[in-house]
Design a protein around this ligand. Structure first.
Ligand code: 5GP
Length: 253
């Protein structure tokens, strides 16, 4: 934990503080250090709690998913998980778009459109939201994204292609451990050469995950529904199913 303490104390290196992560300048100008915090928010930050061990669990789950995606040819921001909670990553110029992939209809999509609850989407539904708290992350279309100058048509096509690939890899990964990947949100950025790279995080904070047998929720939806005392147990369940003994040894868990 020495590394984490040193980085936290060095607040002059803080580049960005999000709702659940802090991003610090790394030693190399092209690198950042991401601190996964225990903070959990809902309703555009209206409710905020500290959930013990969440940063630890999410950072490890995210590293495992990013490593698996890399092995399948999806470029991610991950350089290495220095220790649980602390990730060394490529510095990216983030694109303010939340790319959401849905395999099953639930959540905001059934509040906004007349889809039947729990109906499967085949092919998966890709949605893009403008990442902006002030405007409450409104849904985008290509014309709006291009007019806002946040992405070109080519960028948008690349985001969709990568999002489907991420969905394929992750759906298989979770199916193997008895979990249904219902939907998820991902974010991308550009590296110094303009390549589009998967950034931010993938964890139970940003996915809906259901146990394949019981359909129990294993993600942040529990917190959104006020079931705060069930959150960490659910995240631990995902962690325990996903991590191999080899992973645990590698990350000193
Ligand atoms: P919905 O639009 O149904 O609320 O969410 C769809 C999926 O995207 C869910 O898996 C949800 O966790 C994720 N998602 C949507 N917006 C956000 C966000 O602002 N932050 C996080 N962490 N996940 C989000």
């Amino acid at each position: 934990m020495i590394l984490k303490t040193m980085i936290k104390m060095d607040s002059k290196n803080l580049l960005y503080e999000g709702k659940a992560k802090s991003v610090f300048q790394g030693e190399n100008p092209d690198e950042v250090i991401i601190d996964f915090r225990d903070d959990m928010t809902a309703g555009d930050g209206a409710r905020k709690e500290s959930m013990g061990q969440k940063g630890y669990i999410n950072s490890v789950i995210c590293a495992k998913i990013f490593e698996t995606l890399e092995a399948e040819g999806v470029k991610t921001q991950l350089i290495e998980l220095c220790e649980p909670c602390v990730m060394k990553a490529k510095k990216l110029d983030m694109i303010p778009i939340e790319v959401i992939v849905r395999n099953i209809a639930t959540g905001s999509i059934i509040r906004k459109f007349p889809f039947e609850d729990k109906a499967p989407f085949n092919p998966p539904l890709i949605q893009m939201d403008f990442k902006d708290d002030e405007f409450h992350d409104p849904m985008l279309n290509d014309a709006i994204a291009i007019a806002l100058k946040i992405a070109s048509k080519e960028d948008l096509d690349t985001l969709r292609e990568l999002a489907l690939k991420v969905n394929d890899v992750m759906s298989r990964m979770f199916k193997d451990i008895g979990i249904i990947l219902v939907d998820f949100k991902i974010e991308f950025g550009k590296d110094k050469d303009g390549n589009i790279i998967l950034g931010d995080e993938i964890s139970p904070d940003s996915c809906r995950l259901w146990d394949a047998e019981t359909l129990d929720m294993l993600d942040k939806e529990l917190f959104r529904q006020g079931k705060d005392d069930e959150v960490i147990d659910a995240y631990e369940e995902v962690f325990n199913r996903l991590l191999t003994e080899e992973d645990k040894k590698k990350w000193g868990i």
